[in-house]
Design a protein around this ligand. Structure first.
Ligand SMILES: *[C@@H]1O[C@H](CO)[C@@H](O)[C@H](O)[C@H]1NC(C)=O
Ligand SMILES: *[C@@H]1O[C@H](CO)[C@@H](O)[C@H](O)[C@H]1NC(C)=O
Ligand SMILES: *[C@@H]1O[C@H](CO)[C@@H](O)[C@H](O)[C@H]1NC(C)=O
Ligand SMILES: *[C@@H]1O[C@H](CO)[C@@H](O)[C@H](O)[C@H]1NC(C)=O
Ligand SMILES: *[C@@H]1O[C@H](CO)[C@@H](O)[C@H](O)[C@H]1NC(C)=O
Ligand SMILES: *[C@@H]1O[C@H](CO)[C@@H](O)[C@H](O)[C@H]1NC(C)=O
Ligand SMILES: *[C@@H]1O[C@H](CO)[C@@H](O)[C@H](O)[C@H]1NC(C)=O
Length: 454
């Protein structure tokens, strides 16, 4: 009975209007568990290939550089030839746990603050790739409907949409830099949210990309799909909020601890907490005003020229983006050189370090973060405003890499030089903080805390 009623409401609201539907069944907003790719709960666990295990391959660096290329293209043009520089980062990606359809089945899309569309593989497929869990089957769901072409969200696809096909379906086509792709058409479905913090069942209708032709060239992890948290009306986030509560927050927990869990909150219950700094949304990217970097609480900021290193230029290049999909933090070359020198000085003076060459861009050392870096000071990223900062402990400033075949351990700096003027704050730097995005007031909040507290 409940299903019949919700389906009727659902169809009604889809036809009338997509926005403003969230308050119908859930006045408190939506929460969903975020799990680490290597968590025991993750469908992607233990799917690593030998190649990805190879220390010298430095997947975190490679995927962060590809991600940087995507963000750089996007900052120049909201539609970077439909290319997404996107793939699973090395052991540091976050996936949301959702269920979709009636009866509900689980899907595990990757969180992405720099894209909009929520898409998943969608049977019956023309071509689908193998994924770990069964592929969502629209024919088997009582609540699936095609999105009519006249719905305003269809036009939001922009050049990524290919218009209406002969069957009056609103089609989309996404191409990723590595040759992966997802295409299909827009549909609407009931999404069921699974929260570990809030013991309540919440659901809402959401327009999504039903991917019927998919190709995944990523080695090892075959994503079920992507959950876009961008600012456009089409994004997963925007569809769940009304005009007075355009906000979401996430907390990543400890990326090095695969059993730690995070949480994503959308709408009224989003956690906008602590100190706030202005957030600028431009061409689908989230910009913040990073004003300086310090090593050690209360220590002076490093001599970095804010205007030339961190300021967004009039032509739209440069600036600082906060991103969920990049593992590493990229700093503009001059800022990176200053930062790297300060970190190396501190390491040389107070720690026994054994530098190793793993690649051209990263500073790496033989040893263990836990035992070798005890007492290494916090790295503080300061943002515009009185007391707005991200405080990076050793688990955020450095990344422990897997041991080699001899059992030797390595760790690397989780910062790297940017190939151009664009700075990107990656997800290692965001650990242990609640990050609150308030698009109503254009502010972002950072608050260091344990994610189990939200
Ligand atoms: C939007 O959210 C606010 C705050 O929860 C609520 O008071 C209002 O009724 C909602 N409006 C709509 C149209 O759902
Ligand atoms: C999808 O569901 C339909 C209806 O239950 C079923 O006939 C079909 O075999 C299913 N297809 C796949 C690929 O699971
Ligand atoms: C949400 O998921 C739970 C657990 O799988 C299920 O019992 C419930 O019926 C689902 N609710 C909706 C509206 O699909
Ligand atoms: C997004 O939706 C709002 C209504 O909620 C509408 O006023 C606005 O024009 C839409 N934006 C675009 C780009 O279509
Ligand atoms: C993060 O996880 C690692 C590995 O489990 C652990 O050694 C470390 O103490 C944790 N860091 C914090 C700050 O909790
Ligand atoms: C890892 O996270 C789990 C779950 O939050 C926690 O119980 C455990 O103590 C953590 N382990 C370490 C080494 O920090
Ligand atoms: C960024 O912060 C700096 C330092 O507080 C300030 O001078 C500048 O005006 C701010 N810029 C923007 C775009 O908010």
């Amino acid at each position: 009975m409940a299903t019949v009623i919700s389906r009727m409401l659902f169809v009604f609201f889809i036809i009338i209007s997509i926005p403003c539907i969230s308050a119908v069944n859930n006045p408190k907003g939506f929460s969903t568990k975020l799990i680490h790719r290597n968590s025991p709960l993750s469908p992607y666990r233990n799917l690593q290939t030998d190649e990805e295990d190879n220390l010298f391959d430095d997947r975190a660096l490679k995927s962060s550089l590809r991600r940087h290329a995507y963000l750089s293209a996007k900052q120049q043009n909201d539609q970077p030839n439909d290319f997404y520089g996107f793939e699973f980062p090395d052991g540091t990606g976050y996936i949301a746990v959702l269920s979709i359809g009636t009866p509900p089945m689980n899907v595990y899309p990757m969180l992405d603050t720099a894209s909009d569309l929520f898409w998943i593989q969608c049977a019956p497929c023309v071509v689908c790739y193998e994924q770990r869990d069964p592929i969502y089957n629209r024919s088997a769901s009582d609540s699936f409907i095609d999105l009519p072409c006249e719905n305003s969200l269809c036009s939001e696809l922009g050049p990524r949409g290919t218009g209406c096909n002969q069957e009056d379906k609103c089609t989309y086509n996404l191409l990723y830099v590595d040759g992966s792709r997802s295409s299909g058409f827009l549909g609407a479905e009931i999404i069921n949210f699974t929260s570990f913090a809030v013991n309540a069942e919440t659901f809402a209708p959401v327009v999504f990309g039903c991917g019927t032709e998919n190709l995944n060239n990523v080695k090892g992890y075959k994503l079920d799909g992507v959950m876009g948290l961008g600012a456009s009306n089409l994004s997963f986030f925007s569809q769940l909020v009304n005009d007075t509560e355009r906000k979401f927050s996430y907390c990543f927990g400890n990326i090095s601890n695969s059993t730690d869990q995070g949480e994503l909150k959308i709408g009224e219950n989003a956690f906008i907490f602590g100190d706030e700094t202005p957030l600028e949304v431009s061409l689908g990217l989230y910009y913040v005003n990073l004003t300086g970097i310090g090593i050690g609480v209360g220590q002076p900021m490093l001599p970095i020229n804010w205007a030339s290193s961190f300021q967004k230029q009039p032509d739209g290049t440069g600036g600082v983006i906060i991103d969920s999909g990049s593992t590493l933090t990229h700093l503009e070359q001059e800022a990176y050189d200053t930062f790297k020198k300060a970190v190396l000085d501190e390491l040389r003076i107070n720690h026994n370090i054994y530098p190793v060459i793993l690649g051209t861009y990263r500073e790496c050392f033989a040893g263990r973060v836990a035992s070798d870096l005890v007492g290494f000071p916090k790295v503080i990223l300061y943002f515009e405003g009185l007391d707005n900062k991200l405080e990076l402990d050793i688990w955020s400033t450095f990344q422990q890499l897997k041991s080699d075949s001899n059992g030797d351990q390595f760790y690397c700096l989780s910062f790297t030089a940017s190939p151009n003027e664009l700075n990107v704050i990656g997800n290692l730097a965001q650990q242990f903080h609640n990050i609150g995005y308030d698009l109503e007031n254009n502010i972002i909040s950072f608050h260091r805390m344990g994610c189990e507290l939200i």
